[in-house]
Design a binder for this molecule. Structure first.
Ligand code: NAD
Length: 544
């Protein structure tokens, strides 16, 4: 169906640029709504931004970006600092909105969303100046000593950020801050499940002094995200599922559009026989169930040494049974709803498959309709194997499958037996032992005696290999993703013809052989003899 009535209000920055387009025939607008996952209450309806609207946003961002870069890093830092102050003032309001739209407990909105972003702003403000300062590149090769080189870090231009619903504030905001402070403009396409949180981020950034064209939000579904990938952005930073990541990589490949892909995980945890079982069981239960297990860094597989297996399982089940499930706005809630019926169905399918293949359900395993539409009881499974989906595919729900192991080698083999590689954790009272195992795990982050919280360490890079993606966000490595590195080299003796220029011949070849001996021959005498043979090259008569 086609119509000529389009509602440009979906993007506050777009209408002026799109005035002309409203008179031409355009495809029917796609609509969607944001709901409170705890109650099912409709929060707001939206139209999806069209491809033309996305292109217009990117064009205005592109036009505005050079002035943002010219503003200088000190001024951009001041604006980020202002954003940090504003965000702090509005922390309760923003945290409540995150809980309303994403369902997570209010305490987690404060710790895993607000705190992460406030600290990311601190990190960007503290490090951006030194990061963007030209970095000298000393030359070790004697023949190059007359030159001096520096690395320049320059913005890509316009960064397209596409983000998921599970950390609707901290994921896009931390990436945005790194992009902005390094001089880029940003066009953000948030998840269609959590657009209100993104609009709040936009409001705060603009209030802090970020120009409207430098940070823009385009609201919409997957097709809107796809339009952003196809637009004139200079880089895409995507966080989401493996399937979408693959589609984006394919769309970006023909024009070599640079990408960061932060994708899924199936994070393992290893509980060693010397672990403090009370602490480890509390930590594993939190790592598996915080945000109702809907965290890319969630513990999704638990391997426990057989000597402590029974006691550990018993402690996990007892602690899981005590968890308070409910609406995240109730401050005593520990487990909120899942985001969407779709996620519940994935969890149910994985549990059904595990039970059909011989797994044992120790607690949970049911929906909790009396609490609301999307609640699922935290679930502990044993008797699991790597033949089951619950141990190989991302479940992304409140399920903790526990499996015993005999030796460290076996635990490491099981942990590495995955197409993912986002993160892992090890529980032990012996730090050196934990770190030795950590080094053998094929993942981007390993925590010893904790999980997930590395995401809140602004200095720590986030991301992992294999199906978990490409590149990093957060920390210095995340900032590196926001810049193009340019190597600038200047000759200190501009009037001098360089030794290696034309004018080749037998004499020059002999001199160069001598020079290579001078630099690299075995023994002092051979080097000195080489040096003498090479001297004539300095006053070569045959040079052009
Ligand atoms: P998703 O892939 O369904 O959607 C993510 C975003 O991509 C949304 O904004 C969506 O609208 C957009 N999108 C969908 N199709 C698109 C297309 N063809 N082109 C461009 N954009 C498109 O993921 P989700 O369900 O929102 O999030 C859950 C997934 O995200 C999980 O797999 C989780 O592991 C992953 N995740 C990873 C990290 C990480 O840092 N590695 C963090 C959070 C979530």
């Amino acid at each position: 169906m086609w119509n000529i009535d389009r509602n440009p209000s979906i993007h506050p920055n777009a209408p002026a640029k799109l005035a002309l387009m409203s008179t031409v025939i355009a495809p029917a607008t796609r609509r969607f709504a944001s709901f409170n996952p705890a109650t099912g209450e409709l929060l707001r309806e939206f139209d999806c931004a069209s491809a033309e609207e996305v292109q217009a946003c990117v064009a205005s961002a592109c036009a505005a970006q050079p002035a943002w870069w010219d503003l200088g890093v000190q001024r951009r830092r001041q604006i980020l600092r202002q954003f940090q102050l504003l965000l702090h003032e509005h922390k309760s309001e923003v945290a409540r909105l995150v809980t309303e739209e994403a369902g997570k407990p209010y305490a987690e909105s404060l710790t895993a969303e607000l705190m992460v972003v406030l600290d990311a702003a601190r990190f960007c403000c503290e490090t951006a100046y030194a990061f963007l300062r030209p970095q000298p590149v000393p030359h070790g090769n004697l023949i190059m000593k007359a030159k001096c080189g520096v690395l320049l870090r320059e913005p890509h231009g316009v960064i397209g950020i596409i983000s998921p619903w599970n950390y609707p504030f901290s994921t896009p905001a931390s990436e945005t801050l790194a992009a902005l402070v390094t001089g880029n403009a940003v066009v953000l396409k948030p998840s269609e499940l959590t657009p209100l949180v993104a609009l709040k981020l936009e409001k705060l950034l603009h209030a802090a002094g970020v120009p409207r064209d430098i940070f823009q939000v385009v609201i919409g579904d997957g097709a809107t995200g796809s339009a952003l990938v196809d637009s004139a952005v200079d880089k895409i930073v995507f966080t989401g599922s493996v399937n979408t990541g693959r589609r984006i990589a394919q769309a970006a490949a023909p024009r070599f559009l640079p990408l960061v892909l932060e994708l899924g995980g199936k994070d393992p945890t290893i509980v060693l026989d010397d672990a403090d079982l009370d602490t480890a069981s509390s930590g594993v239960v939190w790592g598996a169930f915080m945000n109702a297990g809907q965290t890319c860094l969630s513990i999704e597989r638990c391997y426990v040494h057989c000597r402590v297996y029974d006691r550990f399982v018993e402690a996990c089940v007892a602690k899981t049974r005590q968890l308070r499930v409910g609406n995240g706005l109730d401050s005593s809630t520990e487990i909120g709803p899942m985001i969407h019926e779709r996620q519940l169905q994935t969890v149910e399918a994985h549990i059904k498959d595990a039970l059909a293949r011989g797994a044992k359900l120790l607690c949970g395993g049911t929906r909790l309709p009396e609490l609301g539409p999307n609640f699922y009881a935290p679930t502990v499974l044993t008797g699991v194997t790597h033949d089951m989906r619950i141990m190989t595919e991302e479940t992304f729900g409140p399920v903790l499958p526990i499996m015993p192991f005999d030796t460290e080698d076996e635990a490491i083999h099981l942990a590495n037996d995955s197409v993912y590689g986002l993160a892992a954790s090890v529980w032990t009272s012996n730090r050196a032992r934990g770190e030795a195992i950590a080094r053998r795990l094929h993942v981007g982050t390993v925590m010893v005696n904790d999980s997930i919280s590395a995401f809140a360490i602004s200095e720590a890079p986030h991301g992992g290999p294999q199906h978990s993606g490409i590149g990093r966000t957060h920390g210095r490595l995340g900032m590196e993703e926001m810049v193009r590195v340019k190597y600038l080299d200047s000759d200190r003796v501009p009037a001098m013809k360089k030794l290696w220029w034309f004018g080749y011949g037998p004499a020059f070849s002999a001199q160069m052989e001598g020079f290579l001996d001078f630099l690299f021959a075995r023994g002092l005498i051979a080097r000195l003899q080489g040096g003498l043979r090479s001297l004539g090259a300095i006053r070569r008569k045959s040079q052009l």
